[in-house]
Design a protein around this ligand. Structure first.
Ligand code: FE2
Length: 437
């Protein structure tokens, strides 16, 4: 569906969805085993023998690149007594051997070896590893434990077609950082489903982004915000002359100066702006020049494609930020309880289209302590610092519902509409989403 900007209404969402262990268990049973989920960047499993364990709540899915170059996924369980077979990630695997009793499968999931086989009396054909679906979109690997689920392409539709211009295949993952967060996974991803909070916790961005007029669209399971960078927020309302190009330049560089080859700590003077040009024209040109220095040609892109952010939200738990020169993914992954989650941030850089070098594992793949120095850069650090506080209020007994704007926060509404399709309603006195005007 397309969002109608003229409609004014709110949606009430029960706080129990964020606080109830019972609802969390329903998600574990009814949502996560049946939905396409981002497992890892393609770079984690690009070479034969590469493997990656994707964990989500109690689920553990093993993604393996076989000797034959084929990508496969398996439920991470030994068919003997259920031990997890592989943990973490790595390379150069030649077999899948359970460390408990050394039952062994090929990388294609075929049983090969059972120590003292005669005491079991089973054949290899009887006990292959339990397969999961695995498919790739751009540089992202998705899995689905439901072997009957429709294809990834149909699940993502129309996002792959909408992003053809950005040639996502050219992006490679440079870093994955995983941070435990003391909140429900939806508290976390809700924070990446609206930019209404820029005025609250990302005030530096008011000097360089239009956080008010960005158009949003929602489709069946996805949504998109397009946001202009390189101009001031209408919220600033500063006297004429106060918010000038120097002001915007300084804020742009503070937030994302690396894109234009500037020192983010020392913005310096705004570059000269030619007659008939705007600061956005200059910033766009600087993005092209900076990438040309890396061997990447972005000359084909318009100023809008070079400077605007396209933020996609894909049910249930990821957002993909597409820029001309970079791509970022944030995933909200459930932990083991209703109020534990992980914020997984993945950074991608564009490689030349004809780069013959093979994809390799990301340079950084870290799980970091949230109490240590926050590691993610200005804006993500601000988001991270907010999650526990955002969750705390949801546990107050008088607060039964969140009041969410159907327009400004339409991507949050879409998440909950989709959640209703998977998770049976709890015994609530009111419908799970009660509309009011
Ligand atoms: Fe944010």
């Amino acid at each position: 569906m397309c969002f109608d900007a003229g409609m004014s209404s709110t949606v009430r969402i029960p706080t129990a969805r964020y606080t109830s262990p019972e609802y969390f268990e329903r998600e574990l049973a009814q949502l996560w085993p049946r939905v396409w989920q981002l497992a890892c960047p393609l770079d984690q499993v690009a070479q034969p023998g590469d493997y990656y364990e994707y964990r989500c709540g109690a689920l553990s899915v093993l993604i393996v690149r076989g000797d034959d170059g084929v990508l496969r996924a398996f439920q991470n369980a030994c068919r003997h007594r259920g031990s997890a077979i592989c943990e973490g990630s790595g390379s150069a695997l030649t077999e899948l051997r359970c460390p408990f009793h050394r039952w062994t499968w090929s990388l294609a999931g075929e049983l090969r070896e059972i120590p003292s086989r005669r005491v079991f009396g089973v054949t290899n054909d009887e006990l292959p590893l339990l397969a999961a679906q695995v498919e790739v979109w751009g540089p992202l690997v998705f899995v689905n434990l439901d072997l009957d689920a429709p294809s990834l392409a149909s699940f993502l539709d129309p996002v792959p077609a909408e992003t053809v211009w950005a040639r996502l295949d050219e992006f490679r993952c440079t870093a994955m950082v995983s941070v435990p967060a003391r909140c429900n996974w939806k508290t976390l991803i809700d924070g990446f489903s609206e930019t209404y909070h820029v005025q609250g916790i990302h005030r530096e961005m008011l000097g360089m982004a239009d956080d008010v007029n960005g158009p949003q669209v929602v489709w069946e399971r996805a949504g998109r915000l397009t946001q202009q960078y390189g101009l001031p927020s209408p919220r600033l309302g500063a006297p004429a002359g106060e918010v000038d190009d120097q002001y915007v330049w300084e804020h742009f560089v503070t937030v994302m100066g690396a894109r234009v080859g500037a020192d983010m700590m020392v913005p310096g003077p705004c570059p000269p702006i030619g007659s008939g040009e705007t600061l956005r024209d200059v910033l766009a040109r600087r993005v092209v020049e900076h990438q040309r220095g890396r061997g990447v040609d972005l000359a084909r892109y318009s100023v809008e494609q070079l400077l605007d952010m396209e933020q996609y939200n894909i049910f249930p738990n990821i957002t993909v930020l597409v820029f001309s020169d970079m791509m970022q993914v944030v995933r909200a992954r459930p932990g083991t309880t209703v109020i534990d989650a992980y914020m997984d941030a993945m950074s991608f850089e564009r490689h030349p289209i004809d780069d013959p070098s093979p994809r390799t594992k990301p340079l950084f793949d870290l799980e970091v302590d949230p109490d240590a120095e926050l590691p993610l850069g200005l804006v993500l650090n601000q988001d991270l610092a907010n999650f526990a506080r955002s969750q705390k209020g949801l546990h107050q007994p008088g607060l039964r519902d969140l009041v969410v704007s159907r327009s400004e926060e339409c991507r949050i509404v879409n998440l909950h509409d989709n959640l209703d399709r998977y998770v049976n309603g709890m015994s609530e006195s009111t419908p799970s989403t009660e509309r009011s005007t």
